[in-house]
Ligand binder design. Sequence first.
Ligand code: T6T
Length: 324
Amino acid sequence: KKIVAALAALAVSATVLIAPAQAQDKKYTIALIPGLTTDGFYITMRKGAQAAADALGVNLVFQGAPDFNPVTQVPVLDAVIAKKPDAILIAPTDKVQLVEPLRKANDAGIPVITVDTFIGSGVYQTGAGDADFPLSYIASDNVLGGEIAARALATSIGDKGKVYVSNVKPGISTTDQREEGFKKEMAKHPGITVLETQFNDDDANKAASQLQAVFARNPDLVGVFGANLFSALGAANGVKQAGQTGTVKVVAFDAPTSIVDNINTGLVDVAIAQHPAEIGYYGVVSAYAHLTGHSIPVTIGTGFTIMDKSNIADPNISKYLYSE
Ligand code: T6T
């Protein structure tokens, strides 16, 4: 009898011990939907996400559209929702147009975390507004990034002259905020005139032709801020094609590997690298923490690395160049 009772007690405690272990052994699937698939920024974000997924034993699915556009991103999101992943990490391509499509995921019980870009005001879990349902927003401080860009450009042009912002399109939280930060800082520089923003639809060729058109209208143009990877590469190419390398200064947001040559030849003065791998890593860690019953921060801010001729050869700086 004693042996039977002991065995029964053991079975009970064994159950108690095994149950939580089994819960944690569940293999979670986390989907990462980038702004677009063929952008070094999101390719690097995926690497960071994969590193965290490997460390945590999570299955990471990376699925996105070939261009930065809600029209192509929403069907990808719908397809991902249909597969019922345990959580969705997404860089929404529009602050407004992704609200309802993402609500479908939330209504289906799939936790949503936004990475890089946000929906609504980007302030989540307040109980106010109709776009506060994502659990967390993990990204660079893009207003600050715009301010840093403005200060760098102001310094490189000796605090005077005409400049403009080469931007993607209105409605994208990140690039809207960079322009906002840039203009806010430039308002403190009375010698600088900020011309009308040129929107390029994330097309570097368009950004290059726009640079040449702005320069044709304003031969006294002295600087341009490329507010994301394609805007910056395009604007820099435009400066080169116009034969204005070093005369029209370029400050670039983002850091594809090709920026190194541009910095070394003096075509680009400063590049502001984001830390996309960090965004991806903490995206997966946050989703996993939530899925395993832990509370998570409603925002996680990641940093910048400022690159220029003086530091680009330093491996502690160049490690922040994006993957391809
Ligand atoms: O600048 C990044 C990202 O932060 C932005 O939201 C969209 O453009 C990039 O992906 C660069 O191309």
